[in-house]
Design a protein around this ligand. Structure first.
Ligand SMILES: NC(=O)c1ccc[n+]([C@@H]2O[C@H](COP(=O)([O-])OP(=O)(O)OC[C@H]3O[C@@H](n4cnc5c(N)ncnc54)[C@H](OP(=O)(O)O)[C@@H]3O)[C@@H](O)[C@H]2O)c1
Length: 253
């Protein structure tokens, strides 16, 4: 990890399992002060304890935060400010898919996807950039964990509304880039857009049996493949703005 990043404060949302947990681990090994948030923080605390024992050079701090609740996000940023001064890197990773079509999906399922995948991400982004600017941090980084479905509408109907929420992330990435340019900031924004990853995501969305059948029959990525991409964009020299990285498993049809 470049010296520029050692000791910096990184917030990872959705850090209890999957890509988020893998990010927390790698960041702490690379010397960052990591704040991991989720609704269930037991696994983040355990990971932090393990990393401390393994003498990782960074640290892990867990904060319970449901990103659908704005007041919980604001209180998390307050806690980070008091403990560490503020956020230098914000990885908006929390995300979920409810299998819900446009024709007969439940409104609550649609709302929850937009609350987590779009509004939670937007509030965290706003608060993170605010935190960077009030400390004159001009080399901060906002990273959105998007999806290939933020760039193409799939031909499986239960993912159409999820796909719409990820298209919003694509627009928010370019929109933020433009707004940062307008204020002459060098804070960077990157979207990482993966195909299917073997995490809890598919099991949570479609149930255990479909999840098992999916991973038995389809090529897939590992969480660490996404972590590698995040580390690459963070380490890119300050004048390099990596806008989006699309990642598919190699044998995908
Ligand atoms: N897995 C895939 O196939 C795939 C493909 C493309 C893109 N992605 C994207 O990659 C990102 C990470 O997904 P993953 O595969 O790691 O999924 P995962 O294993 O299901 O983990 C999702 C994480 O999001 C957190 N989360 C969900 N709702 C939350 C809420 N209301 N508040 C705070 N945290 C919340 C969960 O924590 P708690 O439940 O403890 O709150 C969990 O830590 C997501 O944005 C997803 O859309 C995934």
């Amino acid at each position: 990890m470049s010296d520029r990043l050692v000791g910096r404060v990184a917030l990872v949302t959705g850090a209890s399992v999957g890509v988020g947990a893998a990010l927390v681990k790698r960041f702490a090994q690379l010397g960052l002060k990591v704040v991991g948030c989720a609704r269930n923080i037991d696994t983040i605390k355990t990971l932090g304890d393990e990393l401390q024992k393994s003498k990782a050079s960074g640290s892990v701090h867990a904060i319970k935060c449901d990103v659908t609740q704005e007041e919980e996000i604001l209180s998390m940023f307050k806690e980070i400010k008091e403990k560490y001064g503020g956020v230098d890197v914000c990885v908006n990773n929390a995300g979920l898919l409810h299998a819900a079509t446009i024709l007969d999906g439940k409104t609550e399922a649609w709302k929850n996807m937009f609350d987590v995948n779009v509004l939670g991400l937007s509030i965290c982004t706003r608060e993170a950039v605010k935190s960077m600017r009030e400390r004159n941090v001009d080399d901060g980084h906002i990273i959105h964990i998007n999806s290939t479905l933020g760039h193409m509408v799939p031909d499986y109907s239960t993912a159409h509304v999820y796909s719409a929420s990820k298209y919003a992330v694509t627009a928010l990435t370019e929109g933020l880039r433009q707004e940062l340019r307008e204020i002459k900031s060098h804070i960077r924004v990157t979207s990482i857009s993966p195909g299917i990853i073997k995490t809890e995501f598919v099991y949570r969305a479609f149930g255990q049996d479909v999840g098992q059948a999916t991973f038995d029959t389809m090529p897939y990525l590992q969480a660490d493949d996404i972590v590698d991409a995040v580390v690459y964009v963070l380490q890119a020299p300050p004048h390099v703005q990596v806008h989006d990285i699309l990642i598919h498993p190699i044998e995908k049809v």
